[in-house]
Design a protein around this ligand. Structure first.
Ligand code: TYD
Length: 344
């Protein structure tokens, strides 16, 4: 059957990879990408599908009910994949209220439209951060949600709205919780993308605290394939962890990037932890539920990381305008300002 997907946040990092993945692998389907083009959205991320007749881009916000309803109606949307979100912990600490509009209210607007016009599937992309932190063991899908940052609290709130619409109105919802994701086209504010773009400009990289916090990392293409598996085979009302068990400390990641670039470890600048008590120590997930549906990662972590380093090296024309933009420089000054004097 032919589907028309609405991919929200389609010009963002994971959303644009998913859009390209779907267009390439589902030749009968159409994709409508909706994106607010806030600081993190970038139409250049969609260059390779921009002129495809099966693709349409619409600028707009998921909170805008009239536009969302117009899209469902005129495009005859059959499936929704919601990537649209404010997705940065450090920004969320500077401005804790703003993200509720997108990450909670916007989800409700999309679900209301799904109810009004009917959809076959509604997949909401969430994060392992909703579980909070754990020093040992792995998070399972039915563990309690104990978010510690405004960002993860907003994502947990969005999930609750999804759950309620499934229970109350029978919307065929699915939720994925992804691990820390990396790859080409990631806005240069996250550990890997921020570090690489700074190093390539000859700047030092800030290690928060002692760098012993651990994250589990997944390559963006594998994350997209995991979401696609859930969209095709998941059971409505269910939640699926999407992770690849590559657990590494932040210090390990920085050392690996430096060695890949042939640079000196003295470029690591240890700073007092700017997240303070909101800094989760460790994320780790059980992914048996997803694997039972046949998903497995395609590429090793090492290969994917090397390819990412290569991509940032070869695509300065993509990241240079971003790091020189007013918005970016304002964020860096606001968040890291007090360390900049220490030659960061
Ligand atoms: P980040 O990539 O922002 O993702 P998240 O907060 O969603 O896990 O950060 C990953 C880890 O890296 C987190 O423990 C904070 C740390 N970190 C640094 O030490 N230095 C940096 O410059 C950044 C951006 C993050």
């Amino acid at each position: 059957m032919t589907n028309t997907l609405l991919i929200t946040g389609g010009a963002g990092f994971i959303g644009s990879h998913f859009t390209k993945y779907w267009i390439a692998t589902h030749l009968q389907d159409r994709v409508v990408a909706l994106d607010a083009l806030t600081y993190a959205g970038n139409t250049a991320n969609l260059a390779e599908v921009w002129n495809d007749p099966r693709f349409r881009f619409i600028p707009g916000r998921i909170q805008d009910q009239a536009s969302v309803e117009w899209i469902f109606k005129t495009e005859k949307i059959t499936r929704v994949v919601n990537f649209a979100a404010e997705s940065h912990n450090d920004r969320s600490l500077l401005d804790p209220g703003a993200l509720i509009q997108t990450n909670v209210y916007g989800v409700s607007v999309l679900l209301e439209a799904a109810r009004k016009f009917g959809v076959e599937r509604f997949l909401h992309v969430s994060t392992d951060e909703v579980y909070g932190t754990t020093d040992t063991g792995v998070f399972k899908e039915d563990d309690p949600l104990l978010p510690n940052t405004p960002y993860s609290a907003g994502k947990a709130g969005g999930e609750m709205v999804v759950r309620a619409h499934h229970v109350a109105y029978g919307i065929p919802t699915l939720v994925t919780r992804g691990g820390n994701t990396f790859g080409p086209n990631q806005y240069p504010e996250k550990l890997i993308s921020f570090s690489l773009t700074r190093l390539l400009q000859g700047k030092k990289i800030p290690l928060y605290g002692d760098g012993s916090q651990r994250r589990e990392w997944i390559a963006v293409r594998d994350h997209c394939a995991g979401i696609a598996t859930v969209l095709e085979k998941g059971e409505p009302g269910q939640i699926y962890n999407v992770g690849d068990h590559n657990e590494r400390t932040n210090l390990w990641i920085m050392q690996r990037l430096l060695s890949e670039l042939g640079m000196d470890e003295r470029l690591i600048k240890r700073i007092e932890d700017p997240r303070g008590g909101a800094h989760d120590r460790r994320y780790s997930m059980d992914t048996a539920k997803l694997q039972r549906m046949g998903w497995k990662p395609e590429r090793s972590f090492d290969e994917a990381l090397s390819a990412t380093v290569r991509w940032y090296r070869e695509n300065e024309s993509w990241w240079r305008p971003i790091v020189e933009s007013e918005d970016y420089q304002t964020f860096v000054r606001r968040f890291y300002g007090r360390y900049l004097g220490e030659d960061l």
